[in-house]
Design a protein around this ligand. Structure first.
Ligand code: F3S
Length: 426
């Protein structure tokens, strides 16, 4: 592979051990992806802390990081923190009342924040958004054609399809620190070309339809770039649902919606003048099948409602506050958002409404990442395909599997207020 003189110097260790380990990682990334060179990033990045989201053998010690931060080194591009430090991300807010051990333990709350690492990252310029939906609070977006390194199922397609910037699902310390990444995948113009035309039998408009449509599109298209037709104009919640569900049913990091996403003013533009390799039709039957799949062993009595996957945006929180105002929940309720939106929800009065209703607003984490559900829970209700799918994999008791009810935000709140699941296919 081709390396510039500066890159060779770093690889040989002439610029210190951390830069050398970062270059080793990026060279390995090129080898794994087939990239022949690195490119300089001119967009933004995010990665999971406290580790570096790099292969274990290339990571460095706290002492090495300390030396680096104290030398005045900074991330080369604007860099954001993904969820709370992993593994087992500790909620930043709402941990005391979450009802799940050990997350409600004050000692864990201090230790699992990894402040010794985070303070050094912040010194290097890390912007501690701590959200899987960093784009909601980053308040700083790349634009068309800018090269980035992001992570997360809803975020990477947001970068590619919605903003027209370019990222693979590979956010990591090395790329953010050196401002470089392997030149592969979505960084290359022809790889962004749609290859599958997806037609929808019914207008995709509600949040639930976007979620199911995304899940089925992922199942049918795998890792291809689909061109989606037959949908309403998506707003932020619709994009978030679509993106996270496509990366649950499949692994789609780039797509087009002609007339809505910036690289596809028309269907022809989405295909860059080529004919589709495949055409798939998604009808009511396919959506219904996905709905039944995601309702995994549903049960009538619900004891836990989990909302906010991906992390709720401000309008989602507002809509939820309207449903909960003046009401009392019978079940445990978790609502996930980012720490910064938590503060806005507090200022807007939503937090008080949630607290009065007995619902727990939490930030920086999610049940799947925490690896389970509150102690004693048998049935969970969710409004997200991704959470419905992931949470079953986190539940250790195979003899008594977790029951999952999947439906709209309204269905979930009805379950929270009555303790009964009344959601149904509509
Ligand atoms: Fe975010 Fe967890 Fe869902 S990381 S996208 S809330 S599974």
């Amino acid at each position: 592979m081709y390396l510039t003189d500066e890159e060779k110097r770093m690889l040989h260790g002439d610029e210190g051990v951390v830069r050398q380990k970062c270059m080793q990682y990026l060279v390995a990334q090129c080898e794994a992806s087939g990239a022949e060179r690195l490119i300089d990033l001119d967009g933004t990045g995010d990665f999971h802390t406290p580790a570096t989201a790099m292969a274990k053998s290339f990571e460095f010690s706290l002492e090495e990081l300390k030396e680096l931060a104290e030398s005045g080194a900074k991330f080369k591009i604007p860099t954001f923190a993904n969820k709370a430090p992993m593994p087992g991300p500790q909620p930043f807010h709402g941990w005391e009342t979450c009802g799940m051990h050990p997350y409600d333990d004050p000692e864990r709350n201090i230790k699992a924040r990894y402040e010794e690492y985070l303070s050094l990252y912040r010194k290097m310029g890390l912007l501690a958004t701590h959200s899987c939906a960093l784009y909601l609070t980053a308040s700083y977006w790349p634009s068309i054609g800018q090269h980035c390194t992001w992570t997360e199922s809803s975020a990477v397609p947001y970068c590619n399809a919605v903003l027209g910037a370019r990222s693979n699902l590979d956010g990591n310390f090395a790329s953010c620190f050196l401002g470089k990444t392997a030149y592969y995948g979505n960084h290359i113009t022809e790889n962004r070309r749609a290859t599958v035309l997806v037609k929808s039998e019914r207008m995709i408009a509600s949040d639930l339809e976007w979620d199911l449509y995304g899940f089925v599109t992922g199942e049918l298209c795998g890792i291809s770039v689909p061109c989606l037709t037959g949908t309403a104009k998506p707003m932020t919640t619709a994009f978030m649902r679509l993106n996270s569900a496509m990366n649950t049913g499949g692994a789609i990091t780039m797509y087009h919606i002609p007339g809505s996403t910036p690289e596809a003013p028309t269907i022809e533009a989405a295909f860059q003048g080529h004919a589709p390799k495949d055409v798939v039709l998604i009808g009511t039957a396919e959506l219904r099948r996905a709905y039944d799949t995601l309702n995994y062993l549903p049960a009538e009595n619900v004891d836990f409602v989990s909302l906010g996957c991906p992390h709720y945006n401000l309008v989602d929180l507002w809509r939820l506050s309207l449903l909960l105002e003046g009401k009392t929940c019978k079940t445990c309720v978790w609502i996930m958002t980012s720490p910064w939106l938590y503060d806005i929800a507090k200022n807007q009065g939503f937090l008080k409404i949630f607290e009065d209703a007995g619902a727990n607003l939490m930030s920086a984490t999610c049940p799947a990442a925490m690896g389970g559900v509150p102690d004693g829970v048998k049935t969970i209700a969710v409004d997200s395909a991704k959470q419905a799918y992931y949470i079953t994999g986190c539940y250790p008791d195979l003899e008594n599997p977790l029951h999952v009810c999947y439906g709209s935000m309204e269905d979930c709140i009805e379950a929270a207020l009555t303790g009964k699941w009344r959601g149904e296919w509509r």
